[in-house]
Design a protein around this ligand. Structure first.
Ligand code: HEM
Length: 459
């Protein structure tokens, strides 16, 4: 049994390193290059502690990490024992801690419990339910093709910077009701917040984001439309101005990074695996298979679902003190019985089948799963349809991953392909990009709506 004096006992900061199996005083750091390079090796080590392990999520900030699938499900559903409210914990953390933007308290769905949570969440779920899936698909198709057109003629692209990280932002810009002319402003703000390497860059991006949100709310206060902002504003929950702003910020922030990672991680697997490549000619694995693969084996958010026990609790063999930060490792729980590496077939009983926790579970599970899946599937289908011989320029195991405890995110995804000319009359991805994988009749199963894109993508 692990004693209650594990790291971060009742506080945010690491105090006494907990007793590790064998090592005695090692606490794994979920930040920095070692973790980013191979988080799965770290999870394997952490499993030696049992279902919960002590970790650091930033220098001096301790947490307990749930690595066991059954324990994770139990925690995610047990709202009597576990709270999402981070206010007490936050008082124990330095105000400039890098984890506060994600874990700090706001009046939003993510970090509230009970009736307050249900009210915020209802605004998000009811509003997304008003978006017809065929419109979201068409809108994502147009956005995908506009982005592809920007690099299609070059024969090379970084599929993170030029595609996966921009696409969700451009889609959100329109879903929230802003004209396309504002999309670059939102891209600069959201991508800038993610890429900031200095406090000054982070401040600039934050300011840009705040000013975008301010303009958005001002615009929609004047003129409602069939968009998420207007539906949030007019929702029967009657959000205050602050609550409105926080639900918009949460929805954009909670949607951007994970959707980028879902597209990026799935493309990384597809473009380095012949079984997907052959999809273009002989109907092997599809983009949907790639998403499924990634959700199990490289979940876009690897460790999140911050929870705080309402009282001292003995949980799966470990004492956790009231108010102590506990995170759920979706990545570790999903791969507890094996992980399918890129290019491998999922083994029986391995991580290829069964339920995964990539969307979390319980009352705080991702409320936007179907739209997110639709955006990612459409983005991947469009890219592989237009650039049918696209391939990575580096092997999958040499790809570089972003540092950070919460996500599984590629720094870049360099790819090459036969260039196509966007304004080439009558160009189709099949005619202008000859490849051995191309079916002569151009009816690959990855293009279910091929008729919708008989022309070239337009910038
Ligand atoms: C359109 C894109 C998306 C939007 C707008 C979105 C929005 C949200 C929102 C509002 C929440 C908070 C729900 C609550 O606390 O009740 C949430 C939670 C969550 N989402 Fe999504 N999401 C998107 C895509 C994704 C993707 C692609 C993934 C990864 C596969 C993901 C994984 C999660 C997880 C794991 C949580 C639970 C987080 C926690 O409790 O700490 N989301 N999402």
């Amino acid at each position: 049994m692990t004693s209650p004096s594990t790291p971060g006992t009742g506080t945010g900061t690491t105090d006494t390193p907990g007793p590790g199996p064998g090592s005695g005083h090692e606490v794994a750091a979920l930040y920095g290059p070692e973790f980013a390079a191979d988080p799965y090796r770290v999870y394997d080590r952490l499993r030696a502690y049992g279902p919960l392990a002590p970790v650091e999520i930033a220098p001096g900030i301790g947490a307990m990490l749930v690595t066991d699938h059954r324990a994770a499900l139990e925690l995610l559903h047990d709202t009597d024992t576990w709270s999402k409210d981070s206010r007490r914990w936050q008082e124990t953390v330095p105000p400039d801690s890098p984890v506060l933007p994600i874990l700090g308290w706001r009046p939003n769905a993510l970090v509230n419990d009970g009736a307050a949570h249900r009210r915020y969440r209802q605004v998000v779920t009811d509003s997304f339910a008003l978006i017809p899936p065929h419109e979201l698909r068409e809108h994502t198709r147009q956005t995908s093709e506009a982005l592809i057109a920007r690099f299609a003629g070059k024969g090379r692209a970084d599929l993170i910077a030029e595609y996966a990280s921009k696409l969700p932002v451009l889609v959100f810009n329109r879903l929230f009701g802003m004209p396309d002319a504002h999309s670059d402003q939102l891209v600069a703000a959201l991508c800038g917040m993610l890429d900031a390497s200095t406090p000054e860059e982070a401040t600039t991006a934050n300011t840009a984001f705040s000013s975008y949100i301010g303009e958005l709310i001002a615009e929609k206060s004047e003129r409602r439309g069939p968009d998420l902002t207007s539906w949030f504003m007019d929702h029967p929950a009657q959000l205050s101005q602050e609550e409105l702003q926080d639900q918009i910020v949460l929805t954009m922030a909670a949607g951007h990074n994970p959707t980028t990672n879902l597209i990026g991680n799935a493309l990384a697997r597809m473009l380095s695996d012949d079984r997907y490549y052959s999809t273009l000619s002989s109907g092997g694995l599809t983009p949907r298979d790639a998403l499924h693969d990634v959700l199990h084996n490289d979940p876009p958010m690897s460790n999140l679902s911050p929870h705080f026990p309402r009282r001292d609790v003995f949980f799966h063999g470990t004492w956790v003190r009231a108010g102590q930060l506990v995170l759920v490792s979706y990545a570790a729980a999903n791969t507890q019985h094996g992980r399918t590496r890129p290019g491998e077939s999922a083994g029986a009983g391995g991580s290829g089948g069964g339920a995964h926790l990539a969307w979390a579970a319980g009352p705080h599970s991702c409320p936007v799963q179907n739209p997110a899946r639709l955006i990612a599937t459409t983005a991947i289908e469009r890219l592989t349809a237009w650039l049918s011989d696209i391939e990575l320029t580096v092997p999958h195991d040499e790809l570089v991953w972003r540092h950070g405890p919460f996500h599984r995110a590629l720094v870049e995804l360099p790819a090459r392909f036969t260039p196509i000319t966007p304004d080439q009359a009558g160009a189709t991805p099949w005619g202008s990009s000859p490849s051995s994988s191309t079916r002569p009749d151009g009816t690959s199963p990855v293009r279910p709506d091929a008729s919708a894109s008989a022309g070239p993508p337009h910038a």
